[in-house]
Design a protein. Structure first.
Length: 564
């Protein structure tokens, strides 16, 4: 067998699951779940989490549930629920008929809490949130027992029932587990199980005024659903003893929690709390802004689900956190779009060119290959006329060395069309700005090749002025500026937000074939990068394009240097 055909080694999570199925643990079942909080949109880091859960279930012939952890009514919205489901399906996963909510289990979770009180393992505490933090201690100093820790079972049952009935205001009382205030694991220092929140819930309305904490709802929901492998990101590793303690105390079905490293991406914010600050602070125009690393933002920007899945495959699954260069993500989307995106011509900063010896009323059409990487993509016809637009930076009046594009007296190739030579530069008399170039063409060079075989180094893209469509183009750059090595990060992460993450260009000219380009369509603008028709702001005859990624591929250069 060729080395490239060998089955790749399993990552450590898959190795655990494979061993469990082999030994018959959980009767050989594999049942995972993805439990997002509906308090924001999913970002690419979440894609690693749910992709791992759904993929493992699929690979081992098991099931994966989608379960919303809707235990905080003050932060949750139906909009987020719908967006999360849309994103998961877009990336190619589905939960079938296994859509659940933690709120489905509110009564069961409450009953389990009553059971824990009856077992003498939970108590109602009257400490304020500030006092609770003070009593908890620090990472180096043990905590102190709450003065309410030794209430009788009967008193705790009565108080908890009154909490449920709505007799107390927010924050007046909590239900806490009775574990060990001297534990070196701060999560075991009598954690809060229930808190009072008088706020309507997006699914249960005003039926409840006490809500379970995540650590309580998470493990018990896993148990109720018969989950076998509760796969979580690494920050929950220190919570696993609590996960196990709750299930052992209640003597209920016990899944296995496994933690993996989170995804950290250079120059990218992957904290839902921080992303919410960016949205609420109006630094972007919403969760689906193309500058955002949310799946909705990446989709609107033009990323494909295939490219994201390939990126996650290459990143892999590890036990320790590390930062991944965003160049790898960009490389994956370039690689995918190179295969699927049609090539078109778009001029972002147009400069008018008049071909003086070309007939004024003449219009020609040339065949252009839609995608050289896809033989089945075919060709299209593009119009050519006496007046065209080229990129402003494709001309230099005083060209530097190794500048092979257009300059006075220089000949260049127009892609698919003719060879032209610049004869004269027209400037604005007031400002001195170049407003037009006057050129001549070689009528024998139709198709862009010199009839005598002379060498022409420069090839330019262009659009016919008579046929061009006006477009808006948004150039998207990295979310964060790159900090200097060794420099301490600022106190406020927003100070690192890239002020040039969005550059909007109006008056751009694109070829006629894009007049009615469908929202979400992706293209390669020759020599400019990959672009996507904006799904919200485009209109027939007035397209808006978001730049998905430039053509420059730093990751490909990194890989090449590593192979050398």
């Amino acid at each position: 067998m060729d080395a490239s055909e060998k089955t790749p080694a399993l990552d450590f999570v898959r190795a655990i699951v494979a061993d469990d199925t082999k030994t018959g643990r959980y009767d050989g079942r594999v049942h995972t779940r993805f439990p997002p909080e509906p308090n924001g949109y999913l970002h690419i880091g979440h894609a690693k989490a749910f992709g791992l859960n759904f993929s493992i279930a699929e690979e081992f012939g098991g099931l994966c549930n989608l379960r919303f952890d809707d235990t905080n009514p003050t932060a949750e919205e139906t909009e987020y629920v719908e967006a999360i489901m849309k994103d998961i399906r877009w990336l190619g996963f589905d939960w079938g008929d296994r859509l659940f909510y933690a709120s489905d289990y509110f009564q069961q979770l409450y009953d389990h809490a009553v059971d824990l009180i009856r077992r003498g393992s939970a108590y109602v505490c009257d400490l304020t949130p500030e006092e609770t933090r003070e009593y908890r201690g620090t990472l180096t100093e043990p905590g102190r027992n709450s003065p309410y820790r030794d209430r009788s079972i009967e008193e705790n049952l009565g108080l908890f029932e009154r909490m449920r009935a709505g007799e107390f205001p927010d924050g007046a009382r909590t239900l806490r587990a009775k574990i060990d205030m001297a534990s070196p694991n701060i999560n075991l220092r009598d954690p809060v199980i229930y808190r009072i929140i008088h706020a309507p819930h997006h699914r249960t309305g005003d039926a409840w005024c006490i809500y379970p904490m995540y650590d309580w709802a998470h493990g018990l929901s896993d148990s109720i659903e018969g989950i076998t492998h509760s796969i979580c990101s690494i920050e929950f590793e220190d919570h696993r003893p609590l996960y196990d303690w709750f299930l052992d105390q209640l003597e209920v079905y016990h899944p296995q929690q496994i933690e993996f490293a989170r995804l950290y991406l250079s120059r990218t914010v992957l904290s839902k709390r921080k992303l919410l600050e960016i949205v609420n602070g109006k630094h972007v125009k919403g969760w689906d802004d193309p500058r955002m690393p949310t799946l909705a933002g990446l989709r609107r920007r033009g990323y494909t689900p295939e490219s994201i899945r390939e990126f996650l495959r290459r990143v892999g699954v590890a036990k320790t956190d590390s930062e991944i260069d965003v160049a790898l993500l960009e490389h994956c989307v370039r690689e995918d779009l190179n295969r699927r995106a049609p090539r078109v011509m778009g001029v972002l900063r147009p400069l008018r060119v008049v071909i003086e010896d070309y007939p004024e009323d003449r219009v020609e059409e040339f065949d252009a290959i839609n995608n050289p990487e896809d033989p089945g993509a075919g060709t299209r016809r593009i119009a050519f006329s006496r007046e065209i637009y080229i990129e402003r930076d494709d001309f230099r009046e005083d060209p530097p060395k190794k500048f092979f594009r257009l300059a006075p007296g220089r000949e260049v190739r127009l892609k698919h069309a003719y060879l032209i030579t610049c004869e004269r530069v027209v400037k604005d008399e007031r400002t001195g700005e170049i407003v037009e170039l006057r050129c001549r063409y070689d009528p024998e060079s139709r198709g862009g090749e010199a009839p005598d075989g002379r060498r022409v180094k420069g090839t330019l893209h262009w659009v016919s002025a008579r046929h061009a469509i006006d477009a808006e183009v948004r150039l998207i750059d990295h979310q964060l500026v790159e900090g200097e090595e060794g420099q301490a990060p600022p106190a406020d992460f927003k100070d690192l937000l890239n002020p040039n993450s969005l550059t909007t260009l109006t008056g751009c000219k694109v070829e006629q074939s894009l007049e009615n380009a469908a929202p979400g369509s992706r293209y390669q603008f020759l020599r400019r990068g990959y672009f996507c028709v904006d799904s919200l702001d485009s209109a027939p005859g007035a397209p808006v394009f978001n730049r998905t990624v430039s053509l420059r591929d730093t990751w490909a250069k990194i890989e090449k240097s590593q192979r050398a």
